[in-house]
Design a protein around this ligand. Structure first.
Ligand code: FES
Length: 143
C-alpha cells in the first residue's frame, strides 16, 4: 500500500494515468507538474471525457481540510471536501439565473451572492452534481 501511495505521489502524472489505463499525451517534466493542476482537461474536446485534477497542487490547498471548498472557475466547478475520502464537484452555474462567480459556503450549503439563494452540498440537491473518484491526490470528475 505504501509503495503504491509513494508511486502515485512521486511519479510523473501521465505515467500514473497510463498505469491506471488512461492514455494522456503530455510531457513528464517537474515544471509541468508543479504549475498545472489539471492533468487532463477535456474542455477543448467534444467528448465527455473525465477531468483529472491533481489536488496536491497548491491551487487546491483549500481542499485539504474537511469543509474546505473552492469555486474552480477554470472548469466552472465548485469543489468541496466532504471527508477524508470524498471531494464533491458541482457545476458552479447557479440554478436561479446562471451566475457563477459569487459563491459562499457554510459547511452544508452553497449560497449564491446575487440573490442569496442557498443550495445543499448533497448530490440530490438543486446544483448539478458530478461523479467524482478520489485516489490519493488525483480527483477524477465525470458527468
Ligand atoms: S443568480 Fe444565483 S441566486 Fe440569483
Amino acid at each position: 500500500m505504501n509503495d503504491r501511495r509513494t508511486f502515485l505521489k512521486t511519479a510523473c502524472k501521465p505515467l500514473v494515468l497510463a498505469a491506471m489505463g488512461i492514455s494522456v499525451i503530455e510531457a513528464c517534466s517537474k515544471e509541468d507538474n508543479e504549475n498545472n493542476p489539471i492533468i487532463k482537461d477535456p474542455s477543448s474536446e467534444t467528448t465527455n471525457e473525465p477531468i483529472l485534477l491533481d489536488l496536491g497542487n497548491s491551487s487546491f490547498s483549500e481542499l485539504k481540510n474537511i469543509g474546505g471548498w473552492i469555486n474552480y472557475s477554470n472548469e466552472n466547478i465548485l469543489l468541496v471536501r466532504i471527508d477524508e475520502n470524498e471531494v464533491r464537484a458541482f457545476d458552479n452555474k447557479c440554478p436561479h439565473q446562471g451566475n457563477r462567480d459569487k459563491w459562499s459556503y457554510n459547511g452544508s450549503d452553497f449560497t449564491c451572492g446575487y440573490h442569496n439563494n442557498s443550495y445543499s452540498n448533497s448530490c440530490g440537491g438543486q446544483l448539478t452534481c458530478f461523479t467524482t473518484k478520489l485516489e490519493d491526490d488525483i480527483l477524477t470528475i465525470t458527468n
